[in-house]
Design a protein around this ligand. Structure first.
Ligand SMILES: *[C@@H]1O[C@H](CO)[C@@H](O)[C@H](O)[C@H]1NC(C)=O
Length: 493
């Protein structure tokens, strides 16, 4: 009985857990295609495209000068089985009528006088044997009557036993009936109380979901109406401006927010987000990922000019919250050409852990040189992906993931280190963003944004690690929650 109850409760709870489980699960991107051509699924450290030695040349790193180190512009700043009662088989009792024998048949024979004697003598010869025979039969009959008697006794005994059995069986049956009744009440009780309350819980969950959907719909509607007019930043740009963020902080702009910069009198002033607090401040954000709000799978032209949202108002009058953006290759190149520039890459995973990669030298060539990348002097906790490639890989597999000295590639402009005649086999097409792809990457900060971080080759569009990856830190299949790339002119020590 308790087992039945437990089983029942277990089934109920399984039902509840199941229904809640589907609520927790965030299957945001179910539209993704399965991996193509069965290519290398489940390889933990992806990033690279192993060489087919017979046909393919090893990717050549394009020689590039290290970033400039002279011409420093700034002095140092101060600074779960069921058990059931089986029903007894019905007992069939023998009919006890006819069990008693009768023995009066011989009593009519009454002999008289000589008639009898003659008759007797006449018949003696025949009767004698008959009598003998009869005697014998009588004896046998006596015997059999006594055995029949004892048989009758035996039958009586059996009958008594059977009757007792019947009573016992009736007890068993009524006991069984009682049990069935109890089960019935238990089930009924559960139906009456638990199921309605469970239904209530489920209905509550459905209601909450419904509300969430409505909120989402409202949010989408209001966002759509905002998108009909060109985006205007509804916060004040600070009065203080400068060549870049370092210049601004030196002029007193010490809040992290959006500023207007003009690195060169020949270029139009433009908006950037300056980080004035991290590592002494003065950092100009050239790239930022934090919520997947901006698509980074863009064309050469988009990466050239820049895209995304520079900053938002966090409630106050100024734009103190950075958006997701790519500043633009022309601007980045121009900023790094002004003098020695350092690069700070900050990374955060979905558990809130943070690491950094700092490059003391950072330089980007112009468009004519395909925005070739040059970095130097690594220090940090993230791992030196840009200069040394993915630490999980060995030999040429590792070196083909080095980014330093690579050209910039987008899905519509293939400058990567993967010499494959198949036009589909391009790093930028497979790995989701514009980047200094080799063959292909150890770091992929402009990859696809995966909510929750964990993703699999089956979720990726091409079965490759196209997430926001920094292999040296979290491997290929954890897409980071946040990445930002910030630059600053190198100051005198
Ligand atoms: C390179 O990677 C491939 C598979 O991706 C592997 O078969 C090969 O042994 C690796 N080479 C080295 C040098 O580790």
């Amino acid at each position: 009985m308790p087992i039945m109850k437990l089983l029942f409760l277990f089934l109920l709870s399984v039902g509840i857990v199941k229904s809640q489980g589907t609520l927790d699960y965030d299957d945001e991107d179910s539209t993704a295609l399965p991996p193509t051509e069965g290519e290398s699924t489940g390889v933990d450290a992806r990033g690279h495209r192993p060489l087919n030695k017979k046909r393919e040349p090893f990717p050549s790193l394009k020689p590039v000068l290290p970033p400039p180190s002279s011409g420093i512009r700034y002095r140092a700043r101060p600074t779960k089985p069921p058990v059931t009662g089986r029903p007894k088989e019905p007992v069939v009792y023998p009919d006890n009528g006819g069990c008693k024998h009768v023995s009066e048949e011989l009593g009519v024979l009454c002999p008289t006088g000589c008639e009898l004697r003659t008759e007797l003598l006449k018949q003696e010869s025949t009767i004698k044997p008959t009598v003998l025979d009869l005697t014998d039969k009588v004896r046998k009959l006596e015997q059999s009557s006594s055995s029949i008697f004892s048989y009758t006794n035996m039958l009586d005994e059996r009958l008594a036993k059977r009757q007792k059995q019947v009573r016992d069986n009736q007890n068993v049956i009524s006991q069984y009936n009682k049990e069935v009744e109890e089960h019935y009440y238990f089930v009924k009780e559960n139906l009456d109380s638990n199921i309605p309350s469970n239904l209530k819980i489920l209905r509550g969950i459905v209601d909450i979901l419904h509300q969430k959907l409505q909120k989402l719909e409202n949010a989408i509607t209001s966002q759509l109406s905002e998108c009909r007019t060109p985006c205007t930043v509804s916060c004040n740009v600070p009065v203080v401006s400068g060549k870049e963020c370092e210049d601004i902080i030196r002029k007193g702009g010490d809040k992290s927010e959006m500023y207007l910069v003009q690195p060169d009198p020949l270029v139009k002033p433009y908006k950037v987000y300056c980080d004035m607090t991290t590592e002494n401040g003065g950092w100009l954000l050239i790239q930022n990922r934090q919520d997947g709000s901006v698509n980074f799978g863009r064309t050469w032209d988009a990466y050239k000019k820049g895209f995304g949202n520079i900053a938002f108002s966090g409630g106050k009058k100024y734009c103190d919250t950075p958006g997701e953006y790519w500043l633009g290759n022309d601007k980045i190149s121009q900023l790094t050409k002004m003098g020695p520039t350092e690069l700070l890459i900050e990374l955060e995973d979905w558990d809130g852990a943070k690491v950094k990669a700092h490059y003391g030298g950072f330089n980007i060539q112009g468009e004519a040189n395909k925005y070739q990348l040059s970095v130097s002097n690594y220090r940090g906790t993230a791992g030196n992906a840009l200069l040394e490639g993915a630490s999980q890989l060995l030999g040429e597999n590792r070196t083909m993931t080095i980014h330093n000295s690579m050209f910039f590639s987008t899905f519509d402009r293939d400058n990567d280190g993967w010499a494959n005649p198949d036009p589909k086999k391009q790093c930028s097409k497979e790995d989701g963003g514009g980047w200094w792809y080799n063959r292909c990457h150890s770091a992929n900060p402009n990859g696809r944004y995966y909510w929750g971080g964990h993703y699999t080759p089956e979720m990726a569009k091409h079965g490759t690690d196209d997430g926001i990856v920094w292999m040296n830190w979290k491997g290929s299949w954890h897409s980071l929650k946040k990445v930002s790339m910030k630059i600053r002119p190198v100051s005198e020590q």
